[in-house]
Design a protein around this ligand. Structure first.
Ligand SMILES: *Cc1c(COP(=O)(O)O)cnc(C)c1O
Ligand SMILES: [Zn+2]
Length: 405
């Protein structure tokens, strides 16, 4: 599947592969456009390969020369049946927290940084709520690239410690994700650094997210009715949707899943616009949320949210808004009843499945995949804050045990 060009998602104008980030005609979002897709036979051959990373699907990814691939073994995450939390539906969690840096961001990072290498980059920069920065930092370390990261000042200590361990140049920014986004955009423009921010700004990173769809097809052997995705800007959802559409084009599958987005009420510019059936406005009235990984205000790139809503509508999907209480509830319940310790953002996709079932939108026996996007160990500060009412005894002899239960 050769790639020689980019295509604007709005005006459809074709332009050459390059490292600038917007349509040169209308300023909209660019996506990688392939000359051809493998046919059904070639795809089935790809499935037989023993490669245990998302690079198994390299024929459908935008790296021309294999020697440019930078990999830490990302992808190939388990699909875990969640039987206890919602027994009325056929629910699965895609364990994206098991990626090399403990979030799904390793998919877009691995593909994005490999293309950046191919285009000659030696310095990469990334705006992040934490996970994207952590992920790019790991791949940059492996390739000895310089890595500049801008994150909000209140980012969880788990993510900050990962960044420091990987040797990234960390910068705290006063404000929210959007402030980081706009600073990194200016920095990349001024110094020519490769921008690996994982919104739609870099057309190559989204391609990494596609591989979730291929894996789900392999693991599920059919197409789930619903796929639920936590949304900051929306590239993960867009990537998964794109992957399933490619499978359909290749004649591998017939139906497509309904795509569901989830945002936290405290910062939900895309979900609010979806509910009111209007264009997205940036969230100037946002406040902090437990789901920090999806708190994107979209200041200056509101059109990204419109593209996400366009895709959700096209899929016949839906958008769920969760309150802080609902996020806290599902985040605490998931490890207790399913043995899955996610960061609060990652648990939102399961919380949304519950809400859609309670509202009668997801029906009994529907098949549902919730993408559990990040690991609970990234947020030890939140654990301390919300679980410190548990009294842990200190024991030294057998009589110290509390055996009254
Ligand atoms: C980045 C992130 C998301 C949201 O992904 P986008 O596709 O960038 O909107 C979801 N969950 C976690 C844990 C993340 O870090
Ligand atoms: Zn355009």
């Amino acid at each position: 599947m050769k790639t020689t060009k980019l295509k604007c998602v709005k005006c459809s104008k074709i332009q050459p592969l390059h490292n600038s980030y917007f349509c040169s005609f209308c300023g909209s979002i660019l996506k990688v456009d392939y000359d051809y897709l493998p046919d059904k036979k070639s795809f089935e051959k790809i499935l037989l390969s023993n490669e245990r990373s998302l690079w198994k699907y390299k024929d459908m990814l935008p790296v021309k020369n294999e020697s440019n691939i930078i990999s830490l073994g990302e992808g190939f995450t388990p699909l875990v049946p969640l039987k206890n939390i919602l027994p009325d539906i056929e629910l699965y969690g895609k364990a994206e927290y098991l990626n090399p840096t403990a979030s799904f961001k390793d998919r877009p990072s691995s593909v994005g940084i490999s293309v950046a290498k191919e285009q000659g980059a030696t310095t990469v920069a990334v705006a992040s709520s934490g996970n994207a920065g952590v992920s790019v930092a790991a791949y940059a370390a492996k390739e000895k690239m310089r890595c500049i990261v801008c994150i909000p000042k209140n980012t969880s200590i788990g993510k900050v410690s990962q960044l420091l361990a990987y040797g990234a140049e960390v910068n705290f920014v006063n404000g929210g994700y959007s402030d980081c986004f706009n600073l990194v955009s200016q920095l990349c423009e001024k110094f020519g650094y490769a921008n690996l921010t994982s919104t739609y700004i870099n057309p190559y990173t989204v391609e990494g997210d596609k591989t979730v769809a291929y894996e789900l097809y392999e693991q599920f052997q059919e197409v789930p009715d619903w796929i639920i995705v936590p949304i900051g800007t929306g590239p993960l959802l867009a990537g998964v949707w794109r992957g399933f559409n490619e499978l359909k084009e290749m004649g591998i599958i017939q139906k497509l899943p309904r795509m569901v987005g989830v945002q936290a009420k405290n910062c939900s510019p895309i979900a609010q616009a979806y509910k009111e059936n209007r264009e997205v406005h940036s969230a100037l009235d946002w406040s902090e949320t437990l789901a920090g990984g999806i708190a994107d205000q979209l200041v200056g790139y509101e059109q990204d949210g419109d593209y996400t809503n366009y895709l959700i509508n096209k899929s016949g999907g839906d958008f769920v808004i969760l309150s802080e209480d609902e996020i806290l509830d599902i985040w605490k319940k998931l490890p207790l009843v399913e043995g899955i310790f996610a960061e609060p953002t990652g648990a939102c996709s399961v919380g949304a499945a519950k809400k859609l079932f309670d509202d009668g939108i997801i029906k009994k026996d529907d098949s549902v995949v919730s993408l559990i996007t990040g690991h609970g160990l990234k947020a030890p500060d939140l654990v301390e804050k919300f679980m410190n009412d548990i009294n842990i005894p200190t024991v030294s002899k057998i009589d110290d045990f509390n055996n009254t239960k």
